[in-house]
Design a protein around this ligand. Sequence first.
Ligand code: AIR
Length: 174
Amino acid sequence: MEEENKTTDADGSSTPPLVAVIMGSKSDWDTMSAASETLTQFGIAHECRVLSAHRSPTLAAEFAASAESRGLQVIIAGAGGAAHLAGVMAAHTILPVLGVPMKSDALKGMDSLLSTVQMPAGIPVGTLAIGKAGSTNAALLAVAIMANGNSNLREKLRQYRHQLEQKIRETDLS
Ligand code: AIR
């Protein structure tokens, strides 16, 4: 995956990432790239990488445990099947963790959804929709979280919503 370990900024320069977009496998990138593209649209420095809760459990735990001290503010974690990546992240950090369930072949993502969303009380994962809509919305939610202390970001979010509305208003079915 080209974007593995990548840190991007609005102007393409390298700055410490504020958001991590992680995924259980390179095969998730087609879905998770939507989160990365959305963060880029908002000029949010972020890193993208593969970490598996099952295939690289130590690496995943180390990543989560060091996330706060590295300056990350939000973690977006996408995984499929027995999707435990977001939960493992949340177990090792108090940063907000947003989970994106992959649309799986076997169960169309219901497996991923339930594995991600059914966290025990005390260790929250904010779970988004299955697939690309969830990936895009995870990034938008990360922006909204960060916008609480950033009026510039708030304005960008307002403009984004305004553009969505304009598209609807201008839709012509004739
Ligand atoms: N996965 C990887 N490690 C743990 C899990 N649950 C998930 C990936 C991917 C699915 O397994 O997130 O959605 C299939 O991975 P692969 O590498 O076989 O394509």
